[in-house]
Write a protein that binds this ligand. Structure first.
Ligand code: ADP
Length: 255
């Protein structure tokens, strides 16, 4: 299977912005094992700005663009250093790809991006993809990595897109507001009712929330790719997601 994994800042960093070693260790171990089992893996990882905030010992996430981009420049190094070291310990090679929306919207650049990503897979490497937070401004941003994950899944004809989130899956109402909200395990069709269940952006460091996840599901299910939301506290749940049982929410691709 060709598997795209998207991991949110809230999974890979503590609220302090510092690396969540337990989560990242488990994430890399499971992905390395899935690769050993013969699957192809692509990682879309957020977290550059959050990690930079931690590494630079900033008290809060900055508001101004130059400081955010400086934090991203520092944090992206820290992220790749970590992935390179951890995947390397399982004898796997990573390749970094940083993109902006222009790389997707412009046909020539998109072809280039897709060719590089596919060649990395052919060479047995694990592409690690992120928005280029050091140069992208609001006009040229994809905006969030749920959407970027869906773009990558479509571009590579992936079988499954796995979103590791700070929550177990899609609930019928925002569980941070409504404690009686119920987890939805399976979505066969993205109806207006499903779309209405998603609120706005969620955590302090994340930018997506459920709305972007539903939009991502709509993009990938159209091409027959499944999408699964699971809790990033338990990267081991990726095994179940691949085997078809989901301890989260599965959106079935149109077959
Ligand atoms: P991550 O980047 O870790 O995926 P996000 O903040 O982007 O985190 O998205 C998850 C958040 O979306 C949840 O923590 C929750 O606050 C919010 N949310 C809003 N509506 C819902 C819903 N219907 N079901 C689940 N989470 C929801």
């Amino acid at each position: 299977m060709r598997i795209v994994v998207k991991v949110g800042t809230s999974t890979i960093a503590h609220p302090t912005g510092r690396l969540n070693i337990r989560h990242v260790d488990q994430l890399v171990r499971v992905m390395a094992d899935l690769k050993n089992a013969g699957h192809e893996l692509i990682l879309v990882s957020s977290g550059a700005i959050g990690m930079g905030v931690g590494k630079l010992n900033l008290k809060t996430r900055p508001d101004d663009i130059p400081s955010k981009q400086a934090a991203a420049a520092v944090g992206q190094c820290e992220l790749m250093y970590t992935y390179d070291k951890l995947f390397g310990s399982y004898n796997h090679t990573v390749g970094q790809m940083l993109i902006t929306s222009e790389d997707i919207e412009d046909e020539n650049r998109r072809t280039n991006f897709e060719n590089t990503m596919n060649r990395l897979l052919e060479l047995g490497a694990i592409p690690v993809i992120n928005e280029n937070d050091t140069t992208s401004t609001s006009e040229i941003r994809v905006g969030d990595n749920d959407t970027l994950g869906a773009i990558v899944a479509k571009a590579t004809g992936a079988d499954i897109l796995i979103l590791l989130s700070d929550i177990d899956g899609l609930y019928d109402d925002n569980p941070s507001v409504n404690p009686d909200a119920v987890l939805i395990r399976q979505v066969d069709e993205i109806t207006e009712e499903i779309t209405a269940m998603a609120g706005g952006a969620g955590s302090e460091f994340g930018t997506g929330g459920m709305a972007t996840k539903i939009a991502a599901a709509r993009m990938v299910t159209e091409i027959g790719c499944d999408m699964v939301i699971i809790n990033g506290n338990n990267p081991e749940r990726m095994y179940d997601a691949i085997e078809g049982t989901v301890l989260g929410t599965r959106f079935s691709g149109c077959k």
